[in-house]
Ligand binder design. Structure first.
Ligand SMILES: Cc1cc2nc3c(=O)[nH]c(=O)nc-3n(C[C@H](O)[C@H](O)[C@H](O)COP(=O)(O)OP(=O)(O)OC[C@H]3O[C@@H](n4cnc5c(N)ncnc54)[C@H](O)[C@@H]3O)c2cc1C
Length: 456
């Protein structure tokens, strides 16, 4: 890793280095073998000490909110990851069990454990637990944002404009490439002691074939629109560079044109690096590159800032006071329509554009970005209680979106309820929270084409 990016590394405990046989990379977020800061750092640690590197992934089959749709995508990626790491001489161990417990068990024979970083509460709790339980050091390496969250800002930012001012001067430094190192002591044949997890070892290919018997919540099931893994992500992204990026700035908002990269699920699972995406977009020299980097870096990393600095990032309480006050004042306003959560889930509202967006989500595991805003605003409009509307929107988002359960999802839903936005002229139901309506969609886009595409 370039020295100038030392802020990517954090030492999470103060244990002395062990005498173990290997370096362990506990890979729990950045599920890729390319452009992975934590992996390259772990290889350099192994080479410097003349020992092997083992990579482990702890598989919990009841990650909060995760369903078969998400696990299938994950398992496909693990199959590719195992092969790619093997081609670099590295053994990937996939162990079913609580991820921190798996890391602690394999960490018993490690000199040093390296891990990657996640901003969700559960991801942070896992790392805190491992740091406290290991008898060797735990180093955390940030590779799933361009600018590590504390380097970008030391506080919760009010909006994108404030964060942009802070991130822009740091971009060049943190967009340096991630040089690929060769592991000098291969670990493919290393015997591992798994203790209580001895019978919980899985080959990724087996996971795909046995996914229905692992006790995973089966609904919603897998989608065929997106295949998991870095190669699938890179293929989609190159198609985007070749056919869409040039027009991204003008056309990205129109749901009928689908002029977007569809990278969010891959970013969510760490199957693709944001540094790689931003570098490739900029290197293309195409007109849309600046707008793309704005979404990928500023908007996305504003979400990480929110998740990191606001303990209520996934709750109604995380909304700004002005937004909660105005929504409370309008709680009693008459709604033109009210739909149950089931009607919403099944795309059974009286709004053909909203139903189309929900059908796109049910079928493909994703929804066009502009429609996500409209979708969330309408849920607020169609439920009598704004807090309940917030919770329904999050539940539907996290259950059906392949990229759900992500700082971006919590922030996106919160945005529909006023987060990172300003007060607007007051009106019924929404109060001072920004309002969206079908007439706006009809005025700006070929929205009837979109509705026809997802007519059911
Ligand atoms: C109600 C609502 C719910 C959302 N839920 C999620 C979610 O669960 N997971 C998720 O990853 N994103 C979520 N978003 C943010 C955004 O809509 C998606 O990231 C984007 O539509 C993904 O499509 P894409 O990769 O084709 O985007 P592109 O337009 O190609 O953008 C490239 C990348 O930039 C980032 N990005 C784009 N738009 C935004 C944005 N508004 N905020 C933050 N980052 C952005 C994403 O990482 C995206 O992959 C939500 C937005 C709203 C309003």
């Amino acid at each position: 890793m370039p020295d100038k990016q030392i802020e990517r590394i954090q030492i999470l405990n103060s244990r002395p280095e062990g005498h173990g046989r290997y370096i362990l990379y506990w890979m729990q977020q950045s599920l890729r073998s390319r452009h992975n800061h934590a992996l390259e750092y772990a290889i350099s640690c192994a080479n410097r000490r003349g020992v092997a590197l083992v990579v482990c992934f702890g598989l919990t089959t009841d990650f909060p909110g995760a369903r078969l749709r998400h696990y299938h995508f994950l398992f496909e990626a693990l199959v590719e990851l195992e092969m790619e790491l093997a081609s670099r001489g590295i053994r990937l161990v996939v162990v079913e069990g609580s991820p921190p417990e798996v890391a602690i068990e394999l960490g018993k024979e490690a000199r040093l454990v390296v891990t990657d970083r996640g901003y969700l509460r559960i991801q942070r709790e896992w790392r805190t637990k491992v740091a406290a339980s290991l008898t060797c050091p735990l180093h955390q390496v940030e590779g799933d944002v361009v600018v590590p969250v504390e380097s970008a800002s030391t506080k919760e930012e009010y909006n994108a404009a404030n964060l942009r001012k802070k991130i822009t001067p740091l971009l060049e430094r943190f967009l340096a490439p991630v040089p690929e190192l060769k592991l000098e002591t291969p670990s493919r044949e290393l015997t591992l002691h798994l203790g209580a997890f001895a019978h919980s070892l899985h080959r990724p290919a087996e996971l795909v074939s046995r996914e229905n018997s692992l006790g995973i919540h089966p609904e919603p099931g897998p989608v065929t629109y997106y295949a998991g893994g870095t190669s699938a992500a890179e293929r989609l992204f190159h198609e985007f560079l070749d056919t869409k990026l040039e027009r991204y700035d003008e056309d990205r908002s129109d749901p009928s044109l689908n002029c977007v990269s569809r990278m969010s699920a891959y970013l969510h699972f760490g199957m693709i690096s944001p540094v790689y995406l931003a570098r490739e977009a900029r290197a293309s020299g195409l007109a849309g590159a600046g707008a793309y980097v704005e979404e990928l870096v500023i908007r996305r990393e504003l979400s990480m800032n929110y998740a990191f600095y606001n303990a209520h990032y996934d709750r109604y309480e995380g909304l700004p006071t002005w937004a909660r006050t105005t929504l409370e004042e309008h709680r009693g306003d008459t709604r033109r329509a009210i739909y149950t959560e089931n009607q919403l889930q099944n795309a059974e509202t009286g709004d053909p554009y909203w139903n189309a967006a929900q059908r796109e989500l049910l079928e493909t595991g994703a929804m066009h970005g502009y429609m996500r805003m409209y979708w969330g605003k309408k849920i607020l409009e169609w439920r009598p209680d704004p807090q309940e509307a917030f919770e329904i929107a999050l539940r539907l988002n996290d259950t059906f979106q392949l990229d759900g359960r992500d700082p971006n999802g919590y922030t996106g839903v919160a945005w529909c309820f006023g987060k990172h936005d300003r007060p607007w002229p007051e009106r019924d139901v929404f109060g001072k929270v920004r309002y969206m309506n079908a007439a706006g969609l009809e005025r700006k886009f070929k929205i009837k084409d979109y509705a026809a595409r997802w007519s059911g």
